[in-house]
Design a protein around this ligand. Structure first.
Ligand SMILES: Nc1nc2c(c(=O)[nH]1)N[C@H]1C(S)=C(S)[C@@H](COP(=O)(O)O)O[C@H]1N2
Ligand SMILES: [Mo]
Length: 314
């Protein structure tokens, strides 16, 4: 389906997936042999919490970025508009316990504990491309579960045409919320058929471990065929709606950020081209990568938009 070969990515740009998988194996071996405290290099090698999670059916065969690329360069405006600040500032967030409010057009509304959601949704690993609207990209091994499995457990009614997601609002901790750079709280949304697509994913972890706070712990959306701003972090509410939700970036600049936000090199951002992307981890001489329509997931998701003018519904 969306399986790409290694040749699609320059090895200078990313850590080889083989290294990631080898580390998984090494950790398992170390655990098996009780060598946790006896490894060379001083520090004891701790098993990663999710090292045993199976690779899911929709995971792409792609080399992944280094963990440092993904965890030290983030977009999290609740903390800062600066890419590196959330790495420090987000550590102040309390993520346990965490509850999710479910309401709107749904048969089982209520306040759910994340613990219970995790018990009902087995974890898997998904390696996905991730493309920010600002024309940078990365490849991330997420851990989580399909969004559809969770949504079906809430039993949406036939009136549920859209799903609205909301991030925590807590300006005491989320210091960026004291500024009016966005209309807080951050809200995102999907059409119900997009939300039910098997590629739409809820991440609770990455790189075999729990999600770092700056990457949206404890629960974030990952929609690999859409620009990164759709992949909302620290979700506290899911509301099933008849109407299309008003989303944070669309409200901020409607002519720049549409509701759909499907990755599309043919539709430029009003202020820059979307033809190419800078892959995180590369040097200044690393050539940019050609951006693919639907971020390379077109075969799987293009049918969702059959007959729609993608330049109009951008
Ligand atoms: N709540 C919230 N979610 C968010 C954002 C944000 O500022 N706040 N930034 C978005 C943008 S623009 C991108 S590119 C991705 C970045 O995810 P990452 O920081 O884990 O790479 O998160 C998205 N989700
Ligand atoms: Mo982004």
């Amino acid at each position: 389906m969306i399986i790409k070969t290694k040749a699609d990515i320059l090895s200078s740009e990313i850590t080889d997936r083989a290294v990631f998988e080898a580390r998984r194996t090494l950790i398992k071996a170390a655990v098996g042999a009780s060598l946790l405290t006896a490894l060379p290099g001083g520090a004891a090698m701790q098993p990663k919490k999710y090292a045993e999670v199976p690779v899911g059916p929709y995971s792409a065969q792609l080399p992944v970025n280094a963990f440092e690329d993904v965890s030290r360069y983030t977009n999290y405006y609740e903390f800062s508009t600066n890419k590196t600040d959330a790495t420090v500032l987000a550590q102040a967030l309390t993520i346990k316990p965490w509850s999710l409010m479910v309401d709107g057009e749904v048969e089982r509304p209520g306040v759910y504990q994340l613990e219970d959601i995790l018990k009902a949704n087995p974890l898997e690993q998904r390696i996905y491309r991730f493309r920010c609207v600002e024309a940078w990209s990365m490849v991330v091994p997420w851990v989580g579960f399909p969004l559809a499995s969770m949504l079906k457990q809430f039993k949406p009614t036939s009136k549920a045409g859209f799903v609205e997601f909301t991030t925590l609002y807590n300006p005491d901790i989320m210091v960026g919320q004291r500024s009016s750079v966005l209309d807080w709280p951050y809200v995102e949304g999907l059409r119900i058929d997009e939300a039910m697509h098997p590629l739409a994913f809820m991440a609770t972890g990455m790189y075999d471990d729990e999600l770092p706070k700056q990457n949206g712990a404890p629960l974030r959306l990952v929609v690999p065929w859409k620009y990164g701003f759709k992949s909302i972090k620290a979700i506290v509410r899911i509301r099933f709606r008849e109407q299309m939700p008003k989303t944070a970036w669309n409200k901020n600049a409607p002519h720049e950020y549409g509701f759909y936000a499907n990755v599309n090199p043919d539709v430029p951002h009003p202020r820059w081209s979307q033809r190419r992307e800078r892959v995180l981890g590369g040097g200044i001489f690393t050539p940019k990568r050609d951006t693919e329509k639907f971020n390379g997931y077109g075969e799987a998701v293009a049918p969702l938009y059959a007959g729609m003018d993608l330049a109009k519904y951008f």
